[in-house]
Design a protein around this ligand. Sequence first.
Ligand code: MG
Length: 275
Amino acid sequence: MATVELSVASGAATDVGRVRQLNEDSFVAATPVFLVADGMGGHEAGEIASAEAVATLRSLIGRPAVTPQDVYALVTEARERVVAIETSPGRDAGTTLSGVVLTVQDGTPYWLVLNVGDSRTYRLAAGELEQISVDHSEIQELLDTGGITPEQVAGHPMRHVVTRALGAGGYSDADFWLIPVGPQDRVLICSDGLTGELTDEEIAQVLLAEPHPQAAAERLVRAAVLKGGHDNVTAVVVDGQHDGTDGSTIPRAGGDDEPDEDTKPRSGVPTARRR
Ligand code: MG
């Protein structure tokens, strides 16, 4: 099978916000790895944790062929490095990690989406913005069980409680999904400092209005800071374009013969890759 030629452009921006003293977010935006990490643990432990996680995955930059197994192995290594960080008693360092790694399966480019915690990965395709990661948060669990309605999320006291992280003494498995890269995809990866200030509609407006990925990332971060900046804010924007086969006709790498459109982790458990 001929390899689909993919062109990739990206941009990234981060800001400490208007309340915090330290920026505990970290990111990487260099082919083939685009990730955001939001550290936790206090006393600089969060800053170190997010930086360690991102540094581990940075080793993918410039590698000619990255497999999902390479990424799984590095996420495991990142977890070990975060757990090894020395902290004051009773405070474990931890970090979220969310984003995409570009991988090629049988000549077809895929976004390998990974997520642990409540940073988010979205995809803008055909003018529609969709969150393609699933938050590991108390709020998401309450939504899933019908304990609250979507209208009750804003301002909810549990909205910052994360149920999974790398380190932080808790459950730390990451979710993985493989999604074919569409002809004109834009991926946004962000920390909760962005989604805590801006609605999905406001985010979509910026992504649709600003063609340049660096300018889009900067506009999103600036908007979140202006709206309150209660937390550190980070945004990575990745544009992937190709003129190969339409993503909707490509069977998924899982061997499913159904020519489904991409995975829908929120509703479609069978396509979620979890380990
Ligand atoms: Mg945060």
